[in-house]
Write a protein that binds this ligand. Sequence first.
Ligand code: TMP
Length: 223
Amino acid sequence: MSLRAAERDYPGSFITLEGPEGAGKTTQVKLLSQKLEALGIPHTVSRDPGGTPLGKQIRRVLLKPGTYIAPMAELLLYQADRAQHVDELIMPALKRGEIVICDRFTDSTLAYQGFGRNIDRKTIEDLNAMATQGLTPELTILFDLESEKGLGRLHPGGHDRLEQEAIEFHHRIRQGYLTLRQEQPERWATIDATKALISVQEEFARIIVERFADRHPKLKDLA
Ligand code: TMP
């Protein structure tokens, strides 16, 4: 359910994309962005971590294989990236009235650092709230697929620090996403990420049109 304007202190719409490794979110969001661009719909597409100049540096540190990063340090680095991202990029775009689509956000931290690394949930939720200044997505789309399938799609050349983790870690993450979705079904939509690229793209567009066309009427041309 989308928040009404009176419940938000910005005119834009905030959508996040989540999922296990190899779900194809990044490709899908690029394709969608091209269509929004062609229709002249003001939007910002970004990713977490790495959506700002500082975030790009933090992302390199987080994903570089071979460095031991303690779970709490990892959690705080993701939150540092996010605090910068919300302040520098996401909130200004929402205040300009744009549709902001972010590839991963706070649910990634609950899935990876919470379900994956077993860090206490309340600690993560408190830090999520601090880093985002209370900003929460109105719609979160889960690009769902089994961990083995997703990992099997990754480029064989070089896996990053998280992708290299044991399969059990990745199983906990997928289960984590399914649990989070179950807890707040009104915020989540799910796309079967094993389907062909074109069907996933159509489903992705359909979900966004359905939820936000009343606020951004030009979106109707996407369908
Ligand atoms: P990606 O942008 O290529 O998906 O890479 C980001 C990696 O970081 C991915 O493995 C998920 C992980 N991650 C976390 O562990 N916690 C987080 O809070 C976020 C945003 C991402």
